[in-house]
Each structure stands twice: as structure tokens, then as C-alpha cells.
Design a binder for this molecule. Structure first.
Ligand code: PLP
Length: 403
């Protein structure tokens, strides 16, 4: 007779916690009239010419596998884009890999660079996938907490304090999810000095590179001395409004990509052929649309930061991405309680900061990738919620649970 199913499962996988973001999506999805500031994706539909290119590709019968690292034509476009936009040079033949989202690029990277027990510094609050992907690749995620005092920017000292003899790599993400914090060239250069000193690799998640609002973007690979140490990760999801396409890419020195292509060969083979044609169109002809979406996010960012501060929820001005990370400490609630009660009371979905690591406690993530009208309504509801909390003598646990 078969033992309990649990017996047959991997201990490592059983120990992974499900994403704290999904939990709130599920709750919100079961309710009517919810305004979601929870989702980390553009509210724009992919520009039409990109969709058209993919449709055409299907009509013309491009339904086969492509080369493992993707269509050479697409890799060439990626190489041109990286050069023109960020001033970094990668050979499309052996330094660029097209992946199934930036997510797969991060996964491939950890699998390719980690030996059992190697440590990777994860800067928290952080995107939910990083630590689990390090663990699944046999490494150990080590948390480096950033602080609100300087807008959650990583400092060289914070890295120094976390380094051990097992530290292999550091994952940098600027602009950051969930804090929106952005590191400019000067700040990155200071970080680079520590990287060099301790001979580390850098996994640079640049998925929000197109979404910066006040300062020019600097790719970490373009910082002097960092090219050889950097695995650059980017993709189409955020800037080009293509989350559902699941298309990303990475660029790195050939020694890394050579190993990664082997993993790709044995796992997904390649990203979907017809969608890669859409990505070629995206890079060739849609930059003006990216720019127009960026301007729209910028307006919304300015609006939401000001509104939250007016409500009394302290919120720093994030330099990029489409998230704000206000403090909810003054309400006395934990971030999970705040998110849950706000959803029940006012039907606004936000994500508890604790979903992004311990240092996110006391904050919530609000995505402003939603229309200005929706944002205005959400701000009204949040204001009502915060005022009700302030005026109420009833312990918050009893306030909304019966609704
Ligand atoms: N990196 C960060 C920081 C993200 O926020 C996300 C998605 O939310 C990803 C990577 C994954 O991107 P993709 O849709 O390309 O897999």
C-alpha cells in the first residue's frame, strides 16, 4: 500500500512558503467591487503592433522550436537595445539568452552559479521569488535589510556587514520591487567597489529599467570593472506591458551563458517561437509607446505619494517601478492586518510589506499601475479606513470581521 503522499515529496519544496502576494489576490478575487493596488503588472495592454507581429507569425506558420537561446534575430535586437539604451556590449551569438520571463533568467542564473551552501545576498524588502530560487538551486539566501530613512537604498556598509567566506553573489534590483527605490550611477559605483573587493558576482535584475522617473538609468554592467562580474537580467513584462507573454532575457560573459544554455536545453528548450517575433517588433518600433506609458506612471506616482502623505501614511518618493511603499506603523496594525482589514472594510487590495521579507513589516505595497480614476477612488477609501481606525475605540480585530 502507498504511504501518505507527503512522504513522497521533496523536503526542500515542502518547506518553501507560498507567496504572500497570491494569498491576497485569491481573497480579493472572491469579492465584488474591489480596487486592486495589489498586482505587479501594467494596466496597459501590449502595444498593438507587437500583438500584430505575433499574430502574423502564427499565420505564417512559425510554430517550431527556435534555437535554445532564442531567435538570433531577436538576440541581435536585444544586443542593439542594450548597447543603445545602456551602453553595454554583448555578442548576440554567445552572450544573450531569451528566457521565459525574467523569472526564468533568474532561475537559470542561480542554477548555473551556485554550489551547495553558497550564499547569495538578497536585499530586502525584495521580490518574492529571489530567496526561494536561491534555495531551489542549493544555495543559501542571506538577507540584507534596507531602511526607510534613506528611501530603502542599499549602502556599501550593509553589504560589507553581510559578507562571509561563503558569499558568492549579490542580487541587485533597481528600481526595486516592492519599495521602488532607485540607485543612481554614483550609488552603484560605491557598491561596485565592495563587489570588487570581495570578488563577488552580481545578478542585476533590471526589469524596471524603463520605468525610472527622475534620473537616468545606469545598468550595473556598465559600471567600470563590473561587466565581467555581472549577469544582467531584463525582459519585456514591465516596460513593454507584456507580462503574459512570458518573455525575458539575460546577458552575461560567455562562460556563464554557455552553462545556462545547457540547463535551457534540458528544461524548456526555448521561449515560444511566435511570441519572439512580437518581441522583435517591440524592440524595433515601440519605444515611443514605452515612453508614453512611463510618463503616465510618473503622473500617477506623483499623485499617489502626495495623497498617501496627506492621509498621514508616510511614503517616500520612489525613483522607479510602479510601486509605493507607505508606512502603516501609525495605525498600530501589522501589515497583514492592515491589508486584510482594508480589503474587508473598503475593498481596496494592497500587499502586506511582510510578504517581501521581515524588513517590510510596518509597510504595505500599493501598485499604481492602475487608472488615475481608480487611484483617486482607492485613496478616498484608504483615507476613510485610516480615519475610522483613528476614531474608533473598538479594537480593530472586532471592527470589520462581521461584515
Ligand atoms: N523581477 C522583479 C523585480 C519583478 O518584480 C518581477 C515581476 O514582478 C520579475 C522579476 C519577473 O518578471 P517576468 O514577468 O519577466 O518573469
Amino acid at each position: 500500500m502507498m504511504k501518505e503522499h507527503q512522504h513522497y515529496l521533496s523536503e526542500m519544496v515542502k518547506e518553501l512558503k507560498p507567496s504572500g502576494i497570491r494569498k491576497f489576490f485569491d481573497l480579493a478575487a472572491s469579492m465584488k467591487g474591489v480596487i486592486s493596488l495589489g498586482v505587479g503588472e501594467p494596466d496597459f495592454v501590449t502595444p498593438w503592433s507587437i500583438r500584430e507581429a505575433a499574430i502574423l507569425s502564427l499565420e505564417e506558420g512559425f510554430t517550431s522550436y527556435t534555437a535554445n537561446p532564442g531567435l538570433l534575430e531577436l538576440r541581435q535586437e536585444i544586443s542593439i537595445y542594450l548597447n543603445k539604451r545602456f551602453g553595454v556590449q554583448y555578442n548576440p551569438v554567445n552572450q544573450v539568452i531569451v528566457t521565459v520571463g525574467a523569472s526564468q533568467a533568474i532561475d537559470l542564473t542561480f542554477r548555473a552559479i551556485l554550489n551547495p551552501g553558497d550564499e547569495v545576498l538578497i536585499i530586502e524588502p525584495a521580490f518574492v521569488s529571489y530567496a526561494p530560487l536561491v534555495t531551489l538551486a542549493g544555495g543559501r539566501p542571506i538577507t540584507v535589510s534596507t531602511h526607510p530613512d534613506n528611501g530603502f537604498k542599499l549602502t556599501p556598509e550593509q553589504i560589507e556587514n553581510a559578507i562571509t567566506s561563503r558569499t558568492r553573489a549579490i542580487l541587485l534590483c533597481s528600481p526595486n520591487n516592492p519599495t521602488g527605490s532607485f540607485l543612481n550611477k554614483e550609488e552603484l559605483t560605491k557598491i561596485a567597489a565592495v563587489i570588487e573587493k570581495h570578488d563577488l558576482l552580481v545578478v542585476s535584475d533590471e526589469i524596471y529599467a524603463e520605468l525610472t522617473y527622475d534620473e537616468d538609468y545606469t545598468s550595473f554592467a556598465s559600471i567600470e570593472g563590473m561587466y565581467e562580474r555581472t549577469i544582467l537580467i531584463n525582459g519585456f513584462s514591465k516596460g513593454f506591458a507584456m507580462t503574459g507573454w512570458r518573455l525575458g532575457f539575460l546577458a552575461a560573459p560567455p562562460a556563464f551563458t554557455e552553462q545556462m544554455v545547457k540547463i535551457l536545453q534540458y528544461t524548456t528548450m526555448c521561449a515560444p517561437h511566435m511570441l519572439q517575433h512580437g518581441a522583435i517588433e517591440a524592440l524595433r518600433n515601440t519605444y515611443h509607446e514605452v515612453e508614453s506609458m512611463r510618463r503616465s506612471y510618473r503622473r500617477r506616482r506623483n499623485y499617489i505619494v502626495q495623497s498617501l502623505n496627506n492621509i498621514g501614511l508616510d511614503c517616500h518618493m520612489p525613483g522607479g517601478a510602479f510601486y509605493v511603499f507607505p508606512s502603516i506603523k501609525k495605525t498600530g496594525l501589522t501589515s497583514e492586518q492592515f491589508a486584510e482589514q482594508l480589503l474587508l472594510a473598503e475593498k481596496v487590495a494592497v500587499v502586506p510589506g511582510s510578504a517581501f521579507g521581515e524588513s517590510g513589516e510596518g509597510y504595505v505595497r500599493c501598485s499604481y499601475a492602475t487608472s488615475l480614476e481608480q487611484l483617486q477612488e482607492a485613496m478616498k477609501r484608504i483615507q476613510r479606513f485610516v480615519e475610522a481606525l483613528e476614531n474608533s475605540k473598538i479594537p480593530f480585530e472586532e471592527m470589520y470581521t462581521k461584515k
